[in-house]
Design a protein around this ligand. Structure first.
Ligand code: AMP
Ligand code: GLY
Length: 428
């Protein structure tokens, strides 16, 4: 089989890595990939959002199956175009991708279908937004309506921060049109969880649970990013919580989509806050999370390509989950997420590749004359398996120490809160 992976981040390297283990693979392509995917697939220099050129390539090359990593091509209608041409592709249509493409659509969808989420209001006029915040008080969360690579959400602890966020998003339009409409919502407290399912119509299958670390700095300080590290399983999602997530959220989404005549096939990511009043949705993504995909795919045993193909065809499938814990630390460039620096040589990779129980997924990397350089904000994902979270964490950080590039920074507390909660529960 000829398979195409669309995207060039750590998530796509992990998808390609997992697919490459399938005996069904005859050729694997990645558009446009990075220095990591080039080792296991053929990188194709086509931008993930250049839908027409990608579809032309898939037709010309006789691609049998395409898996889409990032949201931008999904929201731009990649799946619709591929399907129009009779090409098999795993991902939701443009219409279904609105669940991620518009925060306003997602919030109103949740409201229509009784899905628990933070209370919210929508604003197009900055003055009305300012007045609302003055009345409502802080803390409050301000979210750009459109796509912003995880950078369109500002958690405001003070009035001043809220006013600045409104100014930046709505007046100065720092994210372009994505910020001309905003959702302002109630601040929720609790532990976060990422819950990702494979969805095909009314059939769904959950992947293992995970937790992301969205803030840039240790202790959940600094601005939101695309994600600085993740691990699986998430100890905060116990059996009852998972049941609530399935019944009150996933199944209501499925029912809602059906009622609204929207067909959904692909990954559905539910970003959650586990509040003392139950799980509430922070956001939907119409794809695997990045970096969650990395530790998640490391826990899947068996032939992932066969699984996806069967699921795509509407067959019943099950997943064989590795009971070990996995953890991923993201190494980022200086300046990320605002203005990352590029072009720094990365050292120490070969040493890490030799380590047992470690996988290195590339994100913003490129190869030139046999050397690897940074190219983008999130550069590498150092991932480990362990018998428990503690062991996975220790292994991952030991490997991190071997890698160097100018300006490299990372969080040192990935998995720590999870470990603490486990030890507290054991009564230590
Ligand atoms: P989102 O892209 O909507 O998931 O938001 C990104 C991150 O901002 C989340 O993972 C949370 O850390 C934080 N966040 C978003 N909405 C809220 C909320 N209502 N209350 C508290 N934190 C939030
Ligand atoms: N890690 C969160 C996301 O992929 O949006």
């Amino acid at each position: 089989m000829k398979v195409l992976v669309v995207g060039n981040g750590g998530r796509e390297h992990a998808i390609a890595w997992k697919l490459s283990q399938s005996p069904l693979i005859k050729a694997l392509y990645c558009a446009k990939g990075n220095a990591g995917t080039s080792k296991i697939a053929r990188n194709i220099p086509i931008e993930p959002t250049d839908i027409k050129t990608l579809a032309d390539f898939a037709q010309r090359e006789g691609i049998d199956f395409t898996v889409v990593g990032p949201e931008a091509p999904l929201c731009a209608g990649l799946v619709d175009e591929f399907e129009r041409r009779g090409l098999r592709v795993f991902g939701p249509s443009q219409k279904a991708s609105m669940l991620e493409g518009s925060k306003v659509f997602a919030k109103e969808f949740m409201q229509r279908h009784g899905i628990p989420t933070a209370e919210f209001h929508v604003f197009e006029d900055p003055q009305k937004a300012r007045n609302f915040v003055k009345d409502f008080g802080v803390p409050v969360v301000i979210k750009a309506d459109g796509l912003a690579s995880g950078k369109g959400v500002v958690v405001c602890k003070s009035q001043e921060e809220a006013m600045q966020a409104i100014e930046r998003l709505m007046v100065r339009k720092s994210l372009g049109e994505a910020g001309s409409r905003v959702v302002i919502e109630e601040y929720l407290e609790g532990e976060e969880a990422s819950y990702i399912v494979l969805l095909n119509g009314d059939r769904y299958l959950p992947l293992p649970t995970s937790q992301d670390h969205k803030r840039l700095l240790d202790g959940d300080m600094g601005p939101n990013t695309g994600g600085m590290g993740a691990y699986s399983p998430n100890p905060f999602v116990d059996e009852d919580t998972e049941k609530a997530i399935r019944e009150q959220i996933v199944e209501r989404v499925i029912e809602g989509l059906k009622r609204e005549g929207i067909y959904y096939r692909g990954f559905l990511y539910v970003g959650l806050m586990l509040t003392h009043r139950g799980p509430k949705v922070l956001e939907f993504n119409v794809r695997l999370g990045d970096p969650e995909a990395q530790p998640l795919l490391m826990r899947l045993r068996g032939d992932f390509l066969q699984t996806l193909l069967d699921f795509y065809e509407g067959k019943d499938i099950s997943l064989d989950i590795d009971p070990r814990h996995t953890l991923c630390v993201v190494l980022a460039s200086k300046g990320y997420p605002e203005k990352p620096e590029d072009g720094k040589e990365i050292l120490g990779l070969e040493e890490v590749e030799k380590l047992e129980d470690i996988v290195l997924f590339h994100a913003g990397t490129e190869e030139r004359n046999g050397k690897i350089y940074t190219r983008g904000g999130r550069v590498l994902n150092v991932c480990a398996w362990g018998r428990d979270l503690q062991e996975a964490r220790e292994r991952a950080y030991k490997a991190v120490e071997k890698i160097r590039f100018e300006g490299m920074h990372y969080r040192r507390d990935i998995g720590l809160r999870g470990i603490r909660s486990l030890t507290e529960r054991k009564g230590f």
